[in-house]
Unconditional design. Structure first.
Length: 268
């Protein structure tokens, strides 16, 4: 019921945006929060991935007297603020283009483990962390997007502090140190809650030292996508926000760049 109400809310907003006159207010008051890092040569990518590159096709005044600019870009699917589609770690599961909007647009809840994670680069978000949040805030709603705030977003784009290493290549994988979700907690979520998606402000749902990527496997085997390198989670309330996470629609993609935003309605 909550998800249906929110989708009606979204469609009402789009209708208001298309039909509103300058003095018309057809959308509830509130705050939009950009949860996406921009893409540039500074963008953090996995240490073995191709980074973002932009080359100039044209830039400047044309013989016709008008200004014109155009660029080419290339990058790996998994870097910057991006989505891991379920097929990334689960054969036969959904690709980026197969994820429905109803799974990517939903109410959000945030679990803040930043105090623990900033004190321990290898911190794993536990089932107890999830249950402690519920003790204070109530059950994680079905159909919600779960956001894990580790505090590591403040280091972006300093690779040494964000990833634990500023080196690249296969030899750098062993040097990765950043927090993630405990596989036991991922398994608990799959078996006991019905979340639409999960996101966090580090480079991976699995912590940097993982070699089995068991949290990815647990979630994605059940068609739950992950949002990684999410920005500005410190600005998102623990509940009451709505998230829209819209990836580049790459046919057959295992991941894609993601533009994700949160809307926080004003209190009545």
């Amino acid at each position: 019921m909550f998800i249906r109400s929110f989708m009606i809310f979204v469609f009402a907003f789009l209708l208001a945006a298309c039909t509103a006159q300058p003095k018309t207010t057809g959308f509830p008051a509130g705050q939009w929060i950009d949860l996406s890092h921009d893409f540039s040569s500074d963008t953090v990518y996995w240490v073995t991935a191709e980074p973002f590159k932009r080359t100039t096709v044209a830039e400047g005044k044309t013989p016709g007297g008008y200004y014109y600019s155009a660029y080419n870009f290339s990058a790996a699917e998994h870097g910057g603020t991006h989505i891991d589609a379920p097929v990334h770690f689960a054969e036969g599961k959904k690709t980026v283009d197969q994820l429905g909007l109803e799974q990517l647009i939903a109410p959000a809840v945030k679990i803040d483990v930043s105090a623990k994670a900033l004190a321990n680069r290898d911190y794993l978000v536990t089932t107890e962390d999830l249950q402690a949040w519920e003790t204070t805030n109530g059950r994680i709603p079905d159909g919600s997007i779960l956001l894990l705030h580790t505090g590591y977003g403040k280091f972006w784009p300093d690779k040494k502090n964000y990833l634990g290493t500023d080196r690249t290549g296969p030899e750098a994988v062993a040097e990765l140190h950043f927090p993630g979700l405990d596989p036991a907690a991922a398994d608990w979520l799959v078996k006991n809650r019905k979340i639409n998606a999960i996101g966090l402000d580090t480079a991976s749902i699995d912590y940097g030292q993982s070699t089995t990527f068991a949290s990815h496997v647990a979630l994605m085997t059940n068609n739950i996508p992950a949002f990684e390198n999410v920005a500005n989670l410190d600005q998102v309330p623990v509940k009451g926000a709505y998230v829209m996470a819209l990836p580049m629609k790459i046919k057959g993609g295992s991941g894609a760049p993601l533009r994700i935003v949160a809307f926080v309605p004003s209190s009545p």
